[in-house]
Write a protein that binds this ligand. Structure first.
Ligand code: 2NL
Length: 357
């Protein structure tokens, strides 16, 4: 009996998985196991022998059973420890941030400007970026000998010999969009035309593609006074100030008469722009009353209708508002600087998203 005890306690101690333990259980205390066989032999014993061997066998059976369950619990603990070691997770690690895109400042400013003029009743008009020299120049009273038409300023589309279509250019302003809109819908009309424009120029302050927004308001009695009010409202809303002072300087454009360049009062203290105060003037746009010949060219009778037009650079007003020092930042492929200037993916303006007060 002691042999049996030593044998099984030894085997149980050595077993290193649950199926080995189960085999040992069957072998030792199962129905046909060694202990059970011994118990069956009790019948053949004398009562005296049985009185000693019976309790001893029962005790041995209990001892083996508890050794089996103790070992089983030990194996389970070891398995759990092993799993915990393998599946260890540091819940204090910082999260992995996702890469996300941003709205480009040019797009954002275009949205802001469109929303401000929309509040004053201007619709947004769009048109082709390649247009004929009629729409880009002649209709605007820009004569054939005008320096702007020289090849060094304007991108002309290639034409093969024998191609008798009129010359086409990459539009140098969005005015052709306004001509086409007047032709199509006639007067009265109130539109802005934002978009890409092209000039063959590249240095610190010029890129061959840039962005412009032009505005046009034609009705029976539109005057420079209306122009002044509209521009004041625009500047206040765009630069988020309560008061502005505009300065109209006489100027000349072939497509307006009279013409004026418009400056806003500002200060540049510590390198940051403040609009509406100070002793500096910031030029932001060109404007004037639409030339009668231009109205006529667009199919609008200048004896019946009149109005103002203006044009400004979007890239420039974006730089001014967001303090971006170098135009070339807009066209750099590394857009990490966008975060520096506070643009984020969620920072999307809506039409009335706090832009006009
Ligand atoms: C500037 C000057 C200007 C216009 C653009 C315009 C358009 C039509 C008729 C008359 Cl269809 N005028 N546009 C008028 C005055 C100035 O832009 O300095 N832009 C950056």
């Amino acid at each position: 009996m002691d042999d049996l005890r030593d044998k099984y306690l030894g085997l149980i101690a050595e077993a290193n998985d649950e199926s080995a333990l189960e085999n040992l259980r069957v072998q030792a205390v199962g129905k046909k196991g060694e202990i059970s066989l011994k118990m069956r032999e009790l019948g053949k014993m004398t009562p005296e022998e049985r009185q000693i061997a019976g309790p001893a066998l029962n005790a041995l059976k209990d001892e083996i059973n508890s050794a089996l369950s103790a070992k089983k619990a030990g194996l389970e603990d070891a398995a759990l420890d092993e799993r915990l070691r393998g599946e260890w997770l540091d819940v204090t690690l910082p999260g992995r941030s996702r890469r996300h895109g941003t709205i480009h400042p040019i797009s954002q400013v275009t949205e802001e400007v469109s929303a401000i003029f929309a509040d004053m009743g201007f619709a947004v008009a769009e048109g082709p970026q390649i247009d004929s020299d009629w729409y880009n120049f002649d209709a605007l009273n820009i004569p054939g000998h005008h320096p702007a038409r020289a090849e060094m300023d304007t991108f002309y589309m290639h034409r093969s010999e024998g191609d008798d279509r009129p010359p086409h250019v990459l539009r140098t302003h969005t005015s052709p969009v306004q001509i086409r809109s007047m032709e199509k819908q006639g007067a009265p009309i109130r539109i802005i035309a934002p978009g890409r424009v092209y000039r063959a120029d590249y240095d610190q302050t010029h890129t061959p593609m840039f962005h412009q927004v032009e505005g046009l308001a034609i009705d029976k009695d539109i005057s420079m006074a209306n122009l002044k009010w509209v521009l004041e409202e625009f500047v206040k809303a765009y630069f988020e100030v309560d008061d502005v002072e505009l300065r109209f300087r006489a100027s000349h454009f072939p497509f307006t008469e009279p013409s004026a360049e418009v400056d806003i009062r500002c200060s540049w203290e510590g390198g940051t722009l403040k609009v509406g105060e100070g002793d500096d003037w910031l030029e932001i746009l060109g404007s004037g009353m639409v030339h009668p010949k231009v109205l006529q060219n667009a199919g609008v009778d200048p004896r019946e209708w009149q109005g103002f037009a203006f044009g400004m650079g979007i890239d420039r007003i974006a730089m001014l508002k967001y303090g971006i020092p170098d135009l070339r930042a807009f066209f750099d492929s590394d857009l990490r600087w966008l975060r520096h200037y506070g643009f984020s993916a969620l920072d999307v303006p809506t039409l009335h998203g706090g832009l006009s007060g």
